[in-house]
Design a protein around this ligand. Structure first.
Ligand code: P5A
Ligand code: ZN
Length: 481
């Protein structure tokens, strides 16, 4: 049993507590490290998030596909930077039964190689482009940093990977922008804030020209990368000798991008909207949007009236496609039920006692502010509609304000150092653009660089705190997950 923890003061423990308390995800019991189990309540949250991802990508012309889990070593090792980046993270299948395999098979750590290989058969002409594929699958990475539920897994079970092909570099650049817009839309719909950075050369995706990353600040002040968009250039198409016919009849290697998000997006929704009582789910992804708790009191007749009203209200809401649940457990007292559903993040609680039943009203409690109000049943559906909207807006604004308060722009290395070491969030310092200076700042701050603001920002009149030269932009640092 993980004991209840405060969200603000001991976030990692709080996260373990909520996954267990709300029966979202079982982690640490299954006898393979880095692999967790989605329990029914968590699975439903995850499914609704995946629905949003699909809607956003499908709406922007992406096509869903499904590739094999196994990638032969001969494919995986074609792109040199790529295999160098992943070689110490790959799980290998070496046997089929008792027979050693001729060619080792990797459990995909990502699918650039297998997808590019097949695209070279399917795509012959610029007329077929742009092409935008995606799949939502498990990937495997033998992570050596401390594994964590949903956040650093060895089996990433909710890996959405998009892969696109273009006839020109310009079109791949346009695709990077589109991917960033698509991700913003996904995060927005989950009320998740984000900070967009261009990763430094040494931290880009293996095989990419450059990487744009989305980060958020978790409640413990550490940054978590929640998504990345890569321009792959012609790096993969060249090594797979994948050529297409261009509009001027010539032949050339096409251009690619890829972008991914993972289980981390679920971890983020649960965490960023939490408080000491548990999580607070945005109504659009909450498996249960309204829980009705009958308040038993008064005479036998009163109780019957309450029961009848509860059933009527349940039917009314279900009839309007509101995901409603009646908690009619007799052995549990109302107070314990409140606690139970608050931890699970149900956005709205309705209480119905004899007084409400007689008046034709219900008492509504919103999970985000814990405000109480009484509403006539006759206008309840409209009221809930308004409330769901208001809860979403409140969560979003709260999360954005929280993140903004965790980002500090400063010219002083000392101030930056105390900001990150006290786990207060991300710092931004002026930077001359030299890798050496960025690396020195990493050492001095004992923090990782997230890279530079995207879109790019100037730092007029500022000096690099390491070498004293004119700063060309800002650079971000933080303790990270
Ligand atoms: C883009 C999709 C890629 O793999 N290939 C296909 C590209 N990019 S990435 O940055 O390496 O991963 C995409 C996102 O997945 C999350 N992530 C993880 N989540 C949980 N556990 C892990 N071990 C893990 N590794 C990566 C990150 O959010 C990352 O941005
Ligand atoms: Zn410098």
């Amino acid at each position: 049993m993980v004991s209840r923890e405060r969200w603000s003061s001991n976030f990692p423990r709080w996260f373990d507590w909520i996954l267990e308390e709300a029966e979202i995800y079982d982690y640490g019991r299954y006898p393979v490290k880095g692999m967790g189990i989605w329990r029914p309540y968590g699975f439903q949250i995850r499914r609704r998030i995946i629905d949003i991802i699909r809607e956003v990508l499908d709406g922007r012309g992406h096509e869903e596909v499904l590739f094999p889990l196994l990638i032969p070593e001969t494919l995986l090792q074609v792109e040199k930077e790529h295999i160098k980046g992943f070689e110490d993270e790959v799980y290998w299948v070496t046997h089929g039964g008792l027979e050693p395999l001729d060619v080792k098979l990797a459990l995909r750590p990502t699918s650039e190689t297998s997808i590019t290989f097949m695209e070279s058969y399917w795509i012959k002409s610029y007329r077929q482009l742009p092409k935008k594929y995606y799949q939502i699958v498990s990937i495997f990475r033998y992570e050596t940093k401390a594994t964590r539920p949903m956040i650093r897994l060895r089996e990433v079970t909710t890996f959405k990977e998009a892969h696109t092909v273009h006839d020109t570099f310009e079109d791949s650049e346009r695709q990077v922008l589109e991917a960033i817009e698509a991700y913003k839309e996904i995060y927005d719909r989950l009320a998740i804030p984000y900070l967009v950075s261009k990763r430094p050369e040494w931290d880009k995706f293996p095989g990419a020209l450059y990487t744009i990353a989305f980060d958020i600040v978790m409640p413990d002040g550490r940054a978590l990368q929640i998504g990345t968009v890569h321009n792959l250039g012609q790096n993969f198409t060249k090594v797979f000798d994948f050529k297409i016919q261009l509009s001027d009849e010539s032949h050339d290697y096409p251009w690619q991008t890829s972008y991914g998000i993972s289980d981390r997006i679920v971890a983020t929704v649960i965490s960023i909207h939490g408080d000491d009582r548990g999580t607070i789910l945005p109504p659009n992804i909450a498996p249960i949007q309204v829980v009705i708790v009958p308040i038993p009191a008064g005479s036998e007749e009163d109780r019957r009236l309450v029961d009848k009203t509860v059933k009527e209200v349940e039917k009314l809401l279900a009839g309007h496609s509101i995901r409603v649940k009646v908690d009619d457990r007799e052995e549990v007292r109302p107070g314990a039920k409140f606690y139970y559903w608050e931890a699970r993040g149900v956005p709205v609680r309705i209480e119905i006692g004899p007084r409400e039943a007689k008046n034709g009203t219900v008492t509504i409690v919103r999970r985000d502010t814990l405000e109480k109000m009484e509403t006539p049943v006759s206008t309840l559906v409209d009221e809930l509609d308004r409330l769901f909207n208001s809860i979403y807006e409140t969560l979003k604004e709260r999360a954005w304000n929280y993140m903004k308060s965790k980002i500090k722009r400063t010219t002083s290395l000392d101030e930056a150092k105390s900001w990150v070491s006290e786990r207060r969030g991300i710092v931004e310092l002026p930077w001359c653009g030299m890798d050496d200076c960025a690396a020195q700042m990493e050492d001095m701050l004992e923090a990782k660089t997230l890279g530079t603001p995207w879109p790019r920002e100037d730092a007029p009149g500022m000096k690099c705190p390491i070498c004293g030269r004119d700063a060309v932009t800002w650079i971000r640092y933080s303790k990270t997950y």
